[in-house]
Design a protein around this ligand. Structure first.
Ligand code: FE
Length: 129
C-alpha cells in the first residue's frame, strides 16, 4: 500500500523556497526576514531540514542576503560547485543532502575564514535555540 503522507514525500515548499532551492533562483536582496534575525539558533535547509549554518557565524555583510563566514560544524551540511552562469565564475553552495541551491560563497568575508557565504533566506529555515 502506498501512503501519500509518509516522510518519503518531498517536503511542501513555499513558492520562494521552491524557486531558490529547486530552480537555482535568487531572492531579491533585502527581502528575507532572516536578514534581521539576531537570535541564537540554527539555520537549516528549508527543503530537507539539514543543519547548514549557526547563528555564531552570521554577520551583517550589507549585501541584502543572510551572510555567514562558515558553515555549521565541519561543513558537512553544504557542498559547492563551480557556477559559470551570468558571465561570471562563482562558487555555488548547495545542500549536501538534498542538493537544493542555497547561494554562493565569496572570498571577501571576515576573519577567521575570510569567506562570505551569501545565502538566500528563502532556502533556510531558522530554529531558535
Ligand atoms: Fe536540503
Amino acid at each position: 500500500m502506498t501512503d501519500s503522507k509518509t516522510d518519503a514525500q518531498p517536503k511542501a515548499l513555499s513558492p520562494e523556497a521552491e524557486y531558490v532551492l529547486r530552480h537555482h533562483g535568487t531572492e531579491r536582496p533585502g527581502t528575507s526576514p532572516l536578514n534581521r534575525e539576531k537570535r541564537p539558533g540554527v539555520y537549516a535547509c528549508a527543503g530537507c531540514g539539514t543543519e547548514l549554518f549557526v547563528s555564531d557565524t552570521k554577520y551583517e555583510s550589507g549585501s541584502g542576503w543572510p551572510s555567514f563566514w562558515a558553515p555549521a560544524g565541519a561543513g558537512e551540511g553544504v557542498a559547492t560547485t563551480t557556477d559559470r552562469s551570468h558571465g561570471m565564475v562563482r562558487t555555488e553552495v548547495h545542500c549536501a543532502k538534498c542538493q537544493g541551491h542555497l547561494g554562493h560563497v565569496f572570498p571577501d568575508g571576515p576573519q577567521p575564514t575570510g569567506l562570505r557565504y551569501c545565502i538566500n533566506g528563502a532556502a533556510l529555515s531558522f530554529r531558535p535555540k
